[in-house]
Each structure stands twice: as structure tokens, then as C-alpha cells.
Design a protein around this ligand. Structure first.
Ligand SMILES: Nc1ncnc2c1ncn2[C@@H]1O[C@H](COP(=O)(O)OP(=O)(O)O)[C@@H](O)[C@H]1O
Ligand SMILES: Nc1ccn([C@H]2C[C@H](O)[C@@H](COP(=O)(O)OP(=O)(O)O)O2)c(=O)n1
Length: 224
């Protein structure tokens, strides 16, 4: 039987990772963090000496990356590996956040990665799987029974990121978030909900209330 797919999109700091992880843990489902794959590919390309402004060179690096990349789908055991190297922490560093949109902005890179995402969703042995990113509701899994766009005002999202990155300059954290969202929205639509996609705006919602709103949607759709 195919796993029940929940697709979640939203801009940086909207709560995708935290909400998706909590949902997967509570439901005992799998979790696919698609952003981590673009981040790991960016790390790999840099490691291989690829110029990220050379789209053909980035595209040429994708098959080699997909051969050696592995990630955990278990929500409580988050790790991403490239061959023997555990890149879980380093792919979250600002040096990657600042350039990942260059890689994610190349359409044929997206096509190759999306094919792998669809395989993961189709092959999931779990009862359900939560997939989060920027184009899961629209491109990767437009037929998912539950599709959610998580939003929050930009100032709130920036403040959340700044609270996480207390050792870094607050202005540059803000600039990284805004510039990345601007660049990412050239290739993916995560600012407006596509038809049939439910919006959860967490601007004035705590994390627990946001998780509960998503759980309510899943419960009502899975009962249908
Ligand atoms: N509704 C919320 N209320 C308060 N804090 C939140 C909420 N959603 C997320 N956060 C916090 O904001 C930060 C960014 O959330 P995260 O899940 O990493 O967002 P995203 O994956 O969309 O970039 C995290 O520290 C998280 O705990
Ligand atoms: N399905 C996806 C997921 C992420 N991306 C891009 C957008 C982001 O710049 C990077 C990293 O995404 P990630 O979700 O880790 O970023 P945030 O945690 O929201 O800041 O990848 C994408 O283009 N499509």
C-alpha cells in the first residue's frame, strides 16, 4: 500500500522543518526534508570545485551526487551523508545558505532531484510520509491528499532565524533570509497557495498551535 503523503511548502523560517518533524514523530511516519538535498548537493558541488555560476557544470555534478548521497527519513534521527561524510550540520551553515539558491535555481537539477523525491514517496514503507520544501504541493506531489502552505510574515520569520543564529550578525541573517526567498521564488511558488492547498499562517500562532492545525487537517483528510 502506498504511504499517505503530506506535502508542506513555505518560505524560510515559516516552520516547515519543525512542524514536519513534529508531525512525523507524533504519527510515527517518515519525513523527507527536500531542502537538505539541495543543501547537500551545493556542499558536494563546492567540494568538487564546481563553479556554482556555471549551470552546465552543476548539472554534470548531479548524477555523481545522487550516487553517493543518503539521508535519514526517520524524524528523530536527522542525518545527511555524502559518501562517508556526515554533512548534517555543515549544510546548515551560512556559507551554504547564501549560495544554495544558485543550485536550486537550475531547472534540470530540479527535475533530476524531483524524480528521486517521487521515488522516495512511492517506495516509503511507512503508513505516511511528510515531505517539505518549496514545490512539493505544486510539482513533486500535486496529488497528495494533504497539501499545506505554511506562511508567516517576513519580519516574524526573520526574527525566528535570528533567534536560532544568535552568534551571527542579525542584519546579515535577515538579508540572507530575504534574498534567498527572493531568488527561490523565481523557480518555485511558495508565496501563494495553489488550488486545493490549505494555508496555515503561523504569524500569530505558537509552534504547538501550528502543529495542531496541521494535525487537524491530516486527521480530517485521512478519515475521508
Ligand atoms: N509557529 C511558530 N511559532 C514560534 N516559533 C516557530 C514557529 N514555527 C517555527 N518556529 C521556530 O522558528 C524557527 C524556524 O523554523 P523552521 O522549522 O526551521 O522553519 P523552516 O523549515 O520553514 O525554515 C525554529 O527555531 C522554530 O522552532
Ligand atoms: N523543494 C525545495 C526545497 C528547497 N529548495 C531550496 C530553497 C532553499 O534556498 C534551499 C534550502 O531549503 P531549506 O528548506 O533547507 O531552507 P530553510 O530551512 O527553509 O531556510 O533549497 C527548493 O528550491 N525546493
Amino acid at each position: 500500500m502506498n504511504a499517505f503523503v503530506v506535502a508542506i511548502d513555505g518560505p524560510s523560517g515559516s516552520g516547515k522543518s519543525s512542524v514536519s518533524k513534529a508531525l512525523a514523530q507524533r504519527l510515527d511516519w517518515q519525513l523527507l526534508d527536500t531542502g537538505s538535498v539541495y543543501r547537500a548537493l551545493t556542499w558536494y558541488a563546492l567540494q568538487e570545485g564546481v563553479d556554482l555560476d556555471d549551470a552546465d557544470a552543476v548539472i554534470a555534478a548531479v548524477p555523481g551526487f545522487l550516487n553517493v548521497w543518503t539521508l535519514s527519513l526517520t524524524p528523530g534521527e536527522r542525518w545527511v551523508r555524502v559518501a562517508e561524510t556526515d554533512v548534517t550540520e555543515r549544510i546548515r551553515e551560512t556559507a551554504i545558505s547564501e549560495v544554495v539558491s544558485k543550485v536550486a535555481g537550475i531547472q534540470s537539477v530540479r527535475d533530476a532531484v524531483n524524480t528521486r523525491f517521487r521515488e522516495i514517496l512511492a517506495e516509503s514503507p511507512a503508513e505516511g510520509i511528510i515531505a517539505e520544501g518549496r514545490d512539493i504541493t505544486t510539482v513533486v506531489a500535486p496529488d497528495a491528499p494533504v497539501r499545506i502552505l505554511l506562511t508567516a510574515d517576513e519580519a516574524v520569520r526573520i526574527a525566528r532565524r535570528q533567534a536560532e543564529k544568535t552568534g551571527e550578525d542579525a542584519k546579515s541573517v535577515a538579508a540572507t533570509v530575504s534574498e534567498r526567498d527572493k531568488r527561490d521564488s523565481r523557480v518555485t511558488n511558495f508565496t501563494a497557495a495553489a488550488e486545493g492547498v490549505a494555508v496555515i499562517d503561523s504569524t500569530d500562532l505558537g509552534l504547538e498551535a501550528t502543529i495542531q492545525a496541521a494535525l487537524d487537517l491530516i486527521t480530517s483528510r485521512s478519515a475521508q
